[in-house]
Ligand binder design. Sequence first.
Ligand code: GAR
Length: 212
Amino acid sequence: MVAAPPEHPTPARVVVLVSGSGTNLQALLDAVAERGPAYGVQIVAVGADRPGIEGLRRAERAGLPTFVHRVRDYDERPDWDLALAESVAAFDPELVVSAGFMKIVGADFLAKFGGRFVNTHPALLPSFPGAHGVRDALAHGVKVTGCTVHFVDDGVDSGPIIAQEPVEVLPGDDEATLHERIKDAERRLLVEVVGRLARDGYRIEGRKVLIP
Ligand code: GAR
């Protein structure tokens, strides 16, 4: 007799990296809690580049292991990068998600996790990469901005794009109001994209990400 395939194969192991309030992390945690194995994701650990942040407290409240590597605790940036990569690798993830992680990773990290390291960015890439995507879009006077979920490569927010969602800039917007509206869209998009990658698999062909 041939055993029937399980209704939900083992959820993909995901490590999430954060630097701040962690509301994107929380959206992923909520999706795992609410949708269970059907969502296709298990978050196995949360890492950060600084202690004492709400993102780490969210992980602790969810009962998840955490780790912190501060750049300033290492003599050279590549030492930090290797330590981060080894901490992530210890949890054997299939995907790593940068959810507001405000550091650029280096060669060792990408050697281990290139092609499975996902970032969310608060602008419509390739416009407004970098640490101030919302501020830069406002300063430029664009009428539409948004969010981008993409794979990380060795540039700054330059890797293959997985999904994007537009957000209108309203006349009275400042950086905080616009960023909040972008984050509403971003949380939904990140939850959807991470679930699809985990459940359906994907291929990266050049700059194109193909999800079956
Ligand atoms: C998100 O808007 C994310 O796109 C941004 O930080 C915010 C984190 O929010 N990341 C970057 O700007 C990276 N360049 P959160 O901590 O509430 O999830």
